[in-house]
Design a protein around this ligand. Structure first.
Ligand SMILES: NC(=O)C1=CN([C@@H]2O[C@H](COP(=O)(O)OP(=O)(O)OC[C@H]3O[C@@H](n4cnc5c(N)ncnc54)[C@H](OP(=O)(O)O)[C@@H]3O)[C@@H](O)[C@H]2O)C=CC1
Ligand SMILES: CC(C)CCC[C@@H](C)[C@H]1CC[C@H]2C3=C(CC[C@]12C)[C@@]1(C)CCC(=O)C[C@@H]1CC3
Length: 369
């Protein structure tokens, strides 16, 4: 049954999303007739991975909580990844599993994150091994090393965050550790973790929708900090491309096995320049003046505490959480040198073009006033 999310067919909804404008051709290693499953394949990133896999001639199963698009070439399985009986049929007889399912960071539901991201991922690993799956590609996050302080050109060697800023990040760390530790030549089971950062593009359900809601509520008059902090925002097509490259490079004795890889646009941009370009593209005013970063950070921390105290009486969801304020006011950009070296990664779509495509994809959120 098709469920109630904006119904889009990723193959027809936005012509410019295809890869035809690039001359890139995936290496032909072992791709013909390969079967794979995308867990979370109805989500924002998942749909782009599916699209790319089909273009590359894979046979694709999608496993997700609900079916949100239709495609005759895809076999859909609906269920909860934490339920082995739901998952097993979706991954039987496939060589590769892409795991890009997660509850949204905004849910801030500790038990849910722990159950889906940590326990559920362990279940996926076990189910993959049982089913004879050879490759597992996890969508992790560059934020597994982020603790709210500046990261400039961070490499994959940075230690995991000792004090993750939210439950989402905490469980992304646990999840990544499990997946990388599961890599085993003896068991012919190869794993890799892709760490994207700030994924954006048409059909995203977080960045642009939250930004537009914030602008409509009149809360984007000021920027947080001085507006100079560089950040990675990564176009979803480039992220999908990184996932396919990782799968293609996962085989016995490959240096890719058991490692994490940053996948970025390799073009860090000041946080507020990026936000302003989206806001102005959609005809919303962009912030011109900055507020002191630390002042806003401590206000957000205080507000969070207050919300926690009031939770038994009434639930509030503040727009400016400490995590969001930190993301808006610090430097956080990452080196993707390892992905370039070991799997020949190069972003396919530059930031400037990606922003234009994104603004075009959100025409329905344009400010008409
Ligand atoms: N967006 C970003 O900026 C970044 C995202 N990531 C990671 O990328 C991945 C994809 O994110 P994104 O596409 O933005 O997220 P989406 O929410 O769009 O997609 C996630 C999909 O997973 C599904 N899902 C959630 N829980 C379960 C479950 N228990 N069983 C089966 N399916 C489930 C969701 O279904 P439903 O919607 O019904 O809940 C949804 O379709 C995630 O792992 C995220 O952590 C990493 C870095 C940055
Ligand atoms: C309210 C405004 C100041 C900011 C609006 C935009 C934000 C909603 C987004 C800016 C950076 C984004 C981001 C993520 C979610 C959306 C933003 C906070 C992630 C937390 C998504 C999951 C990850 O793994 C890391 C991302 C970092 C950047």
């Amino acid at each position: 049954m098709i469920q109630n999310r904006p119904m889009v067919n990723p193959f027809t909804s936005h012509g410019s999303l295809t890869f035809s404008h690039t001359t890139f051709k995936m290496a032909t290693r072992s791709r013909k007739g390969k079967k794979c499953t995308v867990i979370g394949g109805c989500g924002f990133l998942g749909q782009y991975i599916v699209e790319r896999l089909l273009e590359e001639g894979y046979k694709v199963n999608v496993f997700d909580m609900a079916q949100t698009f239709e495609d005759d070439r895809v076999k859909f399985f609906v269920g909860d990844l934490c339920q082995e009986k739901d998952l097993a049929p979706a991954i039987s007889d496939v060589q590769t599993v892409f795991h890009c399912a997660s509850p949204p960071p905004s849910s801030d539901d500790r038990d849910l994150f722990y159950r889906v991201n940590f326990i559920g991922t362990k279940d996926i690993i076990n189910a993959c091994k049982k089913a004879g799956v050879q490759k597992l590609v996890l969508t992790s996050s560059a934020s597994v090393v982020y603790e709210g302080t500046d990261i400039k050109n961070g490499t994959e060697d940075l230690p995991y965050a000792k004090k993750p800023m939210d439950y989402y990040t905490e469980t992304k760390v646990l999840q990544e550790k499990e997946v990388l530790a599961a890599n085993s030549s003896e068991e012919n089971f190869f794993t890799v973790a892709i760490r994207p950062h700030g994924i954006f593009g048409p059909r995203d359900r977080q960045l642009v929708p939250i930004l537009v809601d914030t602008a409509r509520a009149g809360k984007t008059k000021f920027m947080i900090g001085n507006g100079e902090n560089l950040v990675d925002f990564t176009y979803v097509v480039n992220v999908a491309h990184g996932h396919l490259l990782a799968a293609e490079h996962l085989y016995k004795d490959s240096p890719v096995c058991g490692k994490a890889f940053h996948i970025t646009n390799d073009e860090p941009i000041p946080f507020w320049t990026f936000m302003s370009r989206i806001l102005e593209g959609l005809n919303y005013p962009s912030p011109k003046m900055g507020l002191p970063y630390l002042l806003i950070y401590y206000l957000a921390a205080f507000l969070q505490l207050l919300c926690l105290l009031l939770k038994p009486i009434k639930e509030f969801k503040p727009t400016f959480t400490p995590m969001r304020v930190a993301l808006a006011g610090t430097y956080h950009y990452y080196s993707c040198q390892r992905a370039k070296q070991l799997m020949g990664y190069k972003p396919l779509v530059p930031v400037d073009e990606a922003i234009k495509l994104t603004v075009k994809g959100y025409a329905h959120l344009q400010n008409k006033n």
